[in-house]
Ligand binder design. Structure first.
Ligand code: SF4
Ligand code: SF4
Ligand code: FES
Length: 332
């Protein structure tokens, strides 16, 4: 047994005040943090509120922040956290209101999930054959094999800075679910689904990959968002700022080897849109940022060579889903 110090963020759910409370608990280093928390609750403070159920990474109830990272406490072991930090600090998940101690109100998380219509939408004139299986090709299954692993734990939602900064953003799990139904060959709402997010809802993702790091089931939501973006641009084009910005960013660097911010803003927002950015431009210049056109960098041909290399079929294959027969967004 090792004596492990814990700092747990307490909140009685009434005063609105939070404070860290220290505990020391005797646990084996190969035990789960949840086991240590239950020991604290049974031996030291029965008022400690937390959520858990299955204790084996299935129910998705026990996500909390462990030493600053969103984790399932039933599968995060005491030893590595204790050795890396000398203590274990436990806080409730972010981006959701605390109900009490480590329990949060998950309503915003589930609202976003429901907003993407997380179910198959069928064409009523072609109902699924009753009592019969609906076969899929390996390529079709390959499109979404990670997303059904999601256990709706909200660890990715807690880790996501875009959720925290913009209520419009649907968050990693909801977008991963949306992707899963968009590419499902049985679903008939392909265009509508992409249309519904080909706006800021999709493009607010910062590509920080924190959701990938937090996900205990390797759903890799940020990658599913990239897949969705690719399909959305292919199906709907670039009618709004987010997708245009991403596309122009790419060509901007390819052309000059360096970002030309004035050109990027003009190509993203258009001339009228630029007028609304005059204040921001002046503020940038006041802070010493030059908006002059940069001359192409030396060796721009090498940048172009990197782009050409990245667009080789072999390289694209590593980054994109295989496009087989019957695969949505691929050959039909
Ligand atoms: S990659 Fe996007 S969705 Fe994932 S945490 Fe970062 S901002 Fe959120
Ligand atoms: S995508 Fe991963 S982290 Fe997010 S809710 Fe699903 S299982 Fe949890
Ligand atoms: S207790 Fe069920 S996922 Fe941790």
């Amino acid at each position: 047994m090792t004596q492990v110090p814990f700092e747990i963020l307490r909140n009685d759910g009434k005063s609105g005040q939070s404070h860290f409370q220290s505990f020391v608990v005797d646990v084996e280093e190969n035990q789960a943090i949840l086991t240590a928390l239950l020991k604290i609750r049974s031996e030291q403070d029965p008022s400690l509120a937390m959520r858990y159920s299955c204790r084996q990474a299935i129910c998705g109830s026990c996500a909390m922040r462990v030493n600053g990272k969103s984790r399932l406490v039933c599968t995060t072991m005491v030893g590595p956290e204790f050795r890396a930090h000398g203590k274990i600090r436990i806080e409730p998940m972010l981006n959701q209101m605390v109900v009490r101690d480590l329990v949060v109100d998950q309503t915003p998380f589930w609202d976003r999930y429901n907003a993407v219509q997380p179910f198959l939408i069928h064409d009523p004139s072609h109902p699924m054959p009753e009592g019969k299986e609906t076969r899929m090709s390996p390529e079709q299954v390959e499109q979404f094999y990670e997303t059904p692993r999601c256990i709706a734990c909200a660890a990715c939602y807690s880790a996501c800075p875009a959720v925290g900064s913009d209520p419009e953003f649907l968050g990693p799990m909801a977008l991963a679910k949306l992707y899963r139904f968009t590419v499902d060959p049985r679903d008939t709402a392909y265009h509508q689904r992409l249309q519904s997010v080909q706006n800021q809802k999709l493009w607010l993702c910062l590509r920080c990959n924190l959701c990938v790091e937090a996900c205990p089931k390797d759903v890799r939501p940020a990658e599913r968002i990239v897949d969705l973006k690719r399909l959305a641009v292919q199906e709907i084009g670039t009618p709004e700022h987010g997708s245009r910005h991403a596309q122009k960013f790419l060509t901007n660097i390819e052309d000059g080897g360096v970002l030309n911010e004035t050109k990027l803003a003009r190509e993203t927002l258009g001339l009228f849109g630029m007028l609304g950015q005059v204040g921001k431009g002046i503020s940038m210049m006041r802070h010493g940022k030059s908006l002059k056109k940069h001359p192409p960098i030396q060796g721009v041909s090498e940048v172009k060579a990197i782009y050409a290399d990245l667009n080789q079929p072999e390289d694209l294959k590593g980054r994109q889903r295989p496009a087989g027969k019957g695969v949505k967004g691929g050959e039909q």
